[in-house]
Design a protein around this ligand. Structure first.
Ligand code: FEO
Length: 170
C-alpha cells in the first residue's frame, strides 16, 4: 500500500499523461490539416508514448494494491497561429510535466517512499529526453522551417520516426 497522498498524486499524473496524449493528437491533427505528414507522424508517436506513460503508472498502482481513478480528460483548447506553435507548446507542456513528476518525487522522498522514488527514476530521465527532443525540434524548425526545401526535408525526417514500445517495465 502507498501513502494516500502518493496514490492521489499518481492518479492525477495518469490524467496528465492521458491529457498529454490528447494534446499531442490535437497537434498531429493540425499538422495533418497542413499537409505536413511528418510532423503529424511525430506527434502521433508522442501521443502513443504518453498513453504508455499513463499505463505504466496504472500498473504501478495496481501492483501496489491501490485503486486507479480515471478522471475527466480536458479538451485540448489550443489555437495554432503559426506552423511552429505546437512545437513551442510541446516544450512548455513537457516542462510542466517535468515539474509535476519532480513534485511526486519530492513528496515520495519526504515520505521515505523509496519504491515510488525508484519507479519515478525512469520518468525523471525520460523527461530530460522529452524536453531535449522538444528543444531540438524548435531549433531545427528555426534553422530550416522558413525555406520550403528545408521544411520538406525536416518533414521527411520526422516521417521516418517509428514507434517503439519502451523497454521499461513496472
Ligand atoms: Fe509523459 Fe511527455 O511526458
Amino acid at each position: 500500500m502507498l501513502d494516500n497522498k502518493i496514490r492521489d498524486l499518481i492518479n492525477e499524473q495518469i490524467n496528465k499523461e492521458l491529457y498529454s496524449a490528447y494534446l499531442y493528437l490535437d497537434f498531429a491533427n493540425y499538422y495533418h490539416e497542413q499537409g505536413l505528414d511528418g510532423f503529424a507522424n511525430w506527434y502521433d508517436i508522442q501521443a502513443q508514448e504518453e498513453r504508455d506513460h499513463a499505463m505504466l503508472m496504472r500498473t504501478y498502482l495496481h501492483n501496489n494494491g491501490e485503486k486507479v481513478l480515471l478522471d475527466v480528460i480536458n479538451k485540448p483548447d489550443k489555437t495554432y497561429e503559426n506552423t511552429d506553435s505546437p512545437l513551442k507548446m510541446s516544450l512548455e507542456h513537457e516542462q510542466f510535466i517535468t515539474a509535476s513528476i519532480n513534485n511526486i518525487y519530492r513528496i515520495a522522498s519526504e515520505l521515505h517512499d523509496y519504491r515510488t522514488m525508484q519507479f519515478y527514476d525512469w520518468f525523471i530521465k525520460e523527461q530530460g529526453e522529452e524536453e531535449k527532443n522538444a528543444e531540438d525540434l524548435i531549433r531545427k524548425y528555426e534553422l530550416f522551417g522558413s525555406d520550403p526545401k528545408g521544411l520538406y526535408a525536416l518533414n521527411q525526417e520526422l516521417l521516418s520516426r517509428v514507434y517503439t514500445a519502451s523497454s521499461f517495465t513496472v
